[in-house]
Write a protein that binds this ligand. Structure first.
Ligand code: AMP
Ligand code: MG
Length: 414
């Protein structure tokens, strides 16, 4: 006899995505351990302490232009200024400027103390060893002041900042080469399914190549996590229980794909209940309904659906925010824009839906979006072609051309 259809409960009793995200965030606390890392290994990490600037930046007044460093008091319409030296970037002029004198100067070169303005070379006429300046010379013109960017002792970056390329550059410019950051996450990853074969293996009848681990590993690496790859596991509850228990003792979080649905070969929820705690299962979300979240020991377990698009949607909407919380990153919500839909979108009420689309900015500045034709949760090509999700609310029952919708852009690396 077939077991009762566990999927038959009304959608209204299923969790909303927002509530599911709240539950994930409430269940997870940032890891406290920190480590010291050199700058070139700190990208994406969370700063564990506020950083103060050890020096002024720029460390010295320097020229913003190629031109001539002058004394603005010498502004005497038409009078020639004699060039008495050159200040190159990295090779400063160390002499003095007297009345009626100037020096040749290049961008980034030290402005000598006697000078208080730079005249751009296109505003000066060269006459042998002298120049004539046809424009007003005002104190400070084309000079980048010492400490203009930051002063020694000033707060440079706050604790909790997730370090991006600009932050790393800012720290480097302050002469900081090592920092205290929260330790990186260790995330165990596996996919489950008897039909899944490694990418290099020929397929037998009824088999497909395993692809979710490629996607998920790339997304985890992008978050800066160390991935413990457990490969593809069979649909065997005992093996799953054993491997998940083992992974929970080594990893901060476990991400599984497949086996979280309601079929007779879906054992993630059973394993989670047997070895840990199931916090929730199934969301009013499309694609991504069969998502499970819980804990085994101290590790959070994210049980993603096997369908490739559903796995990507739930990763972005639930796993990513959860892992960022564990990392100690400040909470953030993805940008969403209002766009006019160019085509018909089919949808039944009952679940929040993330359809794949291509959005663009129109010449007037507003956005429009075209839904892609292949919206099946197994159609990974729709993710590859899309540059955004079209987010259709739970109660929405379809969109006509010209109607406004919300889009959530993702970059080409999603
Ligand atoms: P499941 O969630 O295990 O019921 O799987 C749902 C669908 O996704 C099935 O068609 C599976 O064959 C497919 N699937 C599951 N895991 C993967 C994977 N790792 N790579 C590619 N497809 C998968
Ligand atoms: Mg399966």
């Amino acid at each position: 006899m077939r077991p009762p259809d566990r999927c038959a409960e009304p959608a209204s009793r299923r969790l909303t995505l927002d509530r599911a995200r709240e539950l994930v965030l409430a269940a997870l606390k940032p890891l406290e351990d920190t480590e010291r890392l050199p700058l070139d290994r700190a990208r994406g990490r969370i700063l564990a302490e506020a950083v103060r600037a050890p020096l002024d930046l720029p460390p010295f007044a320097n020229s913003a232009m190629d031109g001539y460093a002058v004394r603005s008091v010498d502004q005497d319409a038409g009078a020639a200024l004699r060039i008495v030296g050159t200040s190159w970037a990295g090779h400063p002029f160390l002499g003095h400027l007297g009345a009626g004198q100037c020096i040749r100067i290049f961008t980034g070169a030290l402005v000598p103390e006697d000078a208080d303005a730079v005249v751009a070379q296109e505003d000066a006429r060269r006459e042998g060893d002298s120049i004539r300046v046809a424009v007003p010379m005002r104190p400070g013109d084309h000079i980048r002041r010492q400490g203009e960017e930051f002063r020694a002792g000033e707060a440079l970056l706050p604790s909790g900042k997730r370090l991006g390329p600009a932050d790393l550059g800012l720290l480097a410019s302050g002469g900081i080469h090592e920092l205290a950051v929260r330790r990186g996450l260790r995330v165990a990853l596996c996919s489950t399914g008897d039909e899944l074969r490694p990418v290099w293996q020929p397929l037998g009848m009824g088999e497909i190549h395993e692809s979710n681990r490629q996607v998920l590993k790339a997304l985890l690496v992008e978050l800066g996590a160390e991935v413990l790859d457990y490969g593809t596991l069979p649909d065997d509850p005992e093996i799953l229980k054993q491997i998940l228990s083992e992974a929970s003792s080594l990893a901060d979080a476990i991400v599984t794909s497949g086996g979280a649905s309601v079929g007779e070969a879906d054992f993630i929820v059973e394993a989670l209940k047997a070895r840990g705690h199931l916090d929730f299962w199934k969301i009013a979300l499309k694609p991504g309904k069969p998502f499970a979240f819980g804990r085994i020991g101290s590790a959070a377990l994210f049980g993603l659906p096997g369908n490739p698009v559903a796995a990507m949607v739930t990763f972005r909407q639930l796993v990513r925010p959860g892992l960022l919380r564990l990392m100690g990153a400040p909470a953030s919500t993805p940008l969403r824009l209002r766009a006019l839909c160019a085509n018909w979108l089919e949808k039944s009420p009952g679940r929040l839906e993330f359809q794949r689309g291509v959005y663009r900015q129109d010449p007037g500045g507003s956005f429009s979006v075209t839904g892609l034709p292949d919206q099946g949760s197994h159609r990974l090509s729709s993710m590859s072609r899309a540059n955004c999700f079209i987010v259709l609310p739970l109660e929405n029952s379809g969109v006509a051309p010209g109607e406004p919708v919300e889009v959530e852009p993702f970059d080409e690396l999603c």
